[in-house]
Design a protein around this ligand. Sequence first.
Ligand SMILES: CSC[C@H]1O[C@H](OP(=O)(O)O)[C@H](O)[C@@H]1O
Length: 338
Amino acid sequence: MTEDKTIWWNDENSSVMLIDQTLLPTEYKVIEITEVSRLADAIRRLEVRGAPALGVAGAFGVALSAARCVSDVEFDETIASDAALLKSTRPTAVNLAWGVDKVLRSMENLPPEMARVMALFAAKTIAENDTKACMLLGHNGASLLPQIGTVLTHCNAGALACSSWGTALGVIRSAKKMGKKISVVSCETRPLLQGSRLTAWELARDEIPVTTIVDSEAAFLMRQGKIDAVIVGADRITKDAVFNKIGTYMHAVCAKYHDIPFYVAAPVSTFDAAASESDITIEQRDRTEVSGLFGRTTVPENVPVINYAFDATPLDLVTAIITEKGVLYPPYDFQDMK
Ligand SMILES: CSC[C@H]1O[C@H](OP(=O)(O)O)[C@H](O)[C@@H]1O
């Protein structure tokens, strides 16, 4: 898994290639995307997902728009429209807009032919730098983990959530490379089960011991003294909170209560230091993700559902934030995170 890429550019066809994560763990399928509208659907459907991977997807999306727009007259309008479409797909992870905007900036004031070249170069650079960042933060964070221990993680912050390697799972991979004996407890992560479908699949492929639990079991294992640390990824880090998959806040509160270190692993591209928690929109997704499971209705039709995809964890519950620039400790100062 560690050598696999999650999303990449196909130079031969000027297309985006990505693993369709909705089919895992039972089917490993790479899909080829030639239209921006189809890439937008792939982001909405979580065929491609995870904050850093969304940054790469947004970047390749702009490069795809530029490559596919043959009309120089309509070029600027098409790029702007496609960029807006990509950014509209999921609001919480800052990386998506960051990747789109970074490629747009690389094209500014260039004629279409040069803009196409620069967009692709910028997008490929973002993908390569994401992998390097994940490997660096993995190395920085590995020293925080015990020589022998059990680490709980939530959702999927692995290679599938990045261009490759992973953030939270990148730290665990680096710890294994350092000879540490880390076992992982992956919370299944309702409702879309990224923890059981993706994290367990990734770690099993890497022969890293992993056990999957239901989300509500985490506190019980913490109380039994079976968890030595918690490590998660992030979708956006503001001046006062860490936004991550729904359920992260619950684990942070329980970790604090049981005096268990709670680590966040995220590249610099995930920081939004100018913003506060109250500024951020938390994505709400369709009720059907909660009200049905494997074709069966599990919530009465007349009963409402609340389906927030993320929550916010106040920084006072975060023991340390692991980045490619180093490990941050309280009192947090993010001025260098750009
Ligand atoms: C490496 S950060 C991945 C981050 O993204 C996930 O959300 P989603 O699966 O909805 O894209 C989750 O919050 C992970 O922690």
